[in-house]
Every structure is written in C-alpha cells, then in structure tokens.
Design a binder for this molecule. Structure first.
Ligand code: HEC
Length: 176
C-alpha cells in the first residue's frame, strides 16, 4: 500500500509539475514569440520608406522612350535646342557643343568646346536618365552650367527629344 501511494503520489506530482512547467514555459516563451515580429516590423518599415522616398522629383524616362515620337522630338529640338546645338556628324559647336552620338558619350568631352568647370567636374557618360535631368532643368542638374536654358517641364517632350537624339548616331544605343 505504501508503495502504491508513493508511486501514485509521484505520478501525480510529476503531472502537476509538468502542468506547472507547461504554464510557466508558455508564459515565458509567448512574449518572446511576440517580441520578434514586433521588432522586425519596426525595423523594416523606416528602411523601406526611406528607400522609396529618396529618388524624388523625376520618374525614370527609360520606360517612356520605346513609345516616344522621334519626329515630334526633332521638331521640339529644332525649336528649343537648335539655336545652340547641332546634331549632325562633325557639326559645328555653336553656343553649346555638337550633340552627335550624345547618348553614352563622355560628359563635357566634345573636341573644341569650352565647357564650364561645373559640367567638366560632373563626370561619367550621358545616360538617358542624365540627359533627362539635364534638359528638365540644367541649372539644377549642374549647378554653374553655361547651358542657359529654362528646361522642358513636359515628360513627353523630353522623351521625344531624347528619342530623337538617340537616332543621331552611327549606331543608336539600345533602348533601356
Ligand atoms: C541657350 C543655348 C542652349 C540651349 C537653348 C540648349 N543648350 Fe544644351 N548646352 C548649352 C551649353 C552652353 C552647354 C555646355 C554647358 C556647360 O559647359 O556647362 C550645353 C550642354 C548640353 C549637353 C551636354 C553636352 C556634353 O557634351 O556634355 C546636352 C546633352 C545638351 N546641352 C542638350 C540640350 C538639349 C536637348 C536642348 C534642348 C532641349 C538644349 N541643350 C538647349 C547651351 C544650350
């Protein structure tokens, strides 16, 4: 009898212990499970927001180029840019440099043209996006530029002009 009671007591005690441990570990483990996602959400939210807020002002022009109108771009160029720029191969520098093969051309690198130190210091090649920023607002894109041009605010017009400039090359650069 004594043995039975001892065994029964042990079993009962173990069961109680297990229940208590279960409750305690639930209580201990659950808050941890909740903490992690809460921290992760707080961690990631600002990063994502900052990344999408950063590019700002101009949406990329690249996707607009395939559907742009080269003829319309040429007409806009003749009205807005031709006073200062030629686009034919070996064309003269005027108030601004000749723009033959300008897409992918090194910045401020056309022979015989006296560039501003601001544009000379800019560095890199003329990507579609860089040309877009330049003709959107030259003085904002290159502080101190000599290009005295107010800019083309309309995205469609800039896409058309850039599509036209792209054709003024031996081998037009691939569209993005
Ligand atoms: C009033 C004259 C003027 C007008 C109008 C003008 N530009 Fe310019 N452009 C310049 C000058 C000057 C420079 C050189 C800028 C410098 O050295 O800072 C230049 C530079 C550029 C460059 C960089 C060339 C290089 O070799 O790095 C591009 C591209 C350009 N212009 C495109 C255009 C386009 C497209 C238009 C029309 C939408 C236009 N420009 C209108 C005067 C003009």
């Amino acid at each position: 009898m004594a043995n039975f009671n001892t065994v029964a007591g042990c079993v009962l005690a173990s069961a109680l212990f297990a229940m208590v441990v279960g409750k305690v570990s639930n209580a201990v483990v659950h808050p941890h499970k909740l903490d992690k996602p809460a921290i992760a959400v707080v961690d990631e939210a600002p990063t994502t927001q900052a990344a999408s807020a950063a590019p700002a002002e101009l949406p990329p022009i690249g996707p607009k180029l395939a559907g742009a109108n080269v003829e319309a771009g040429k007409a806009i160029f003749m009205k807005q840019c031709f006073t200062c720029h030629t686009t034919d191969k070996g064309g003269a520098n005027k108030v601004g440099p000749n723009l033959w093969d300008i897409v992918g051309r090194k910045k401020a690198a056309h022979p015989g043209f006296g560039y501003s130190s601001a544009l000379s210091a800019k560095g890199g090649d003329w990507s579609y996006e860089d040309i877009d920023h330049m003709i959107f607002k030259p003085t904002t894109y290159v502080r101190g530029t000599k290009m005295a041009f107010a800019g083309l605010p309309k995205e469609q017009e800039r896409a058309d002009v850039i599509a036209y400039l792209r054709t003024m090359a031996e081998t037009p650069k691939p569209l993005p």
